[in-house]
Design a protein around this ligand. Structure first.
Ligand SMILES: N[C@@H](CCC(=O)N[C@@H](CS)C(=O)NCC(=O)O)C(=O)O
Length: 164
């Protein structure tokens, strides 16, 4: 840990999930060094990052105050930080009912809201990859917006939300 801060945060300037972690750390007064991965260069899928996070997405944290503990998935990270470092209970919940309501919203965000917004944003804003394998999958006569379809098929084939 050469930067001397509590966390290293692998993140991105645009994607929302890294900012969730940064905002929480700021709120709780915890220090972190952000490493902004370049999605256009595919940094998030490169070995240096994937050896920490096999899902190849941001955010990923290393907690240098806990034996360089590594964690990924934004909501798991939020829960970890609150459980461990929200000593003044600014955000932590104590009642059993509140605990499950909190989980309800975290799961809703990560399984319901987040993926749809993420895919919508990719289809709208990220140009397609020059990958002929994807274009072969476009159903005949189907797409009114071919590159959007090719993007979707790239996604489903590779099983990951790859950026171009
Ligand atoms: N469920 C994950 C989603 C992570 C995610 O999709 N992160 C985006 C940026 S906000 C990403 O890394 N995209 C690049 C990619 O999929 O290659 C989480 O909440 O951490």
């Amino acid at each position: 840990m050469s930067h001397g801060k509590q966390f290293t945060l692998y993140t991105h300037v645009g994607g929302p999930n890294g900012w969730k972690v940064a905002i929480l750390c700021d709120f709780l007064g915890l220090t972190y060094e952000s490493i902004y991965l370049n999605f256009q260069e595919g940094d998030q899928k490169k070995p240096d990052h994937v050896k920490l996070n096999p899902n190849g997405r941001i955010p990923t944290i290393i907690d240098h105050k806990n034996n360089d503990f590594v964690l990924w998935e934004s909501n798991a990270i939020l829960q970890y930080i609150v459980d461990k470092y929200d000593t003044e209970k600014k955000l932590a919940v104590t009642e059993e009912g509140d605990k499950y309501k909190l989980l309800q919203w975290l799961f809703f965000q990560s399984s319901g809201q987040g993926p749809y917004y993420g895919q919508g944003s990719l289809v709208q804003h990220v140009p397609p990859r020059e990958d002929p394998k994807c274009y072969r999958e476009i159903p005949e006569g189907g797409p009114s917006c071919p590159w959007a379809y090719s993007r979707v098929f790239c996604l489903s084939k590779s099983g990951s939300l790859a950026t171009s």
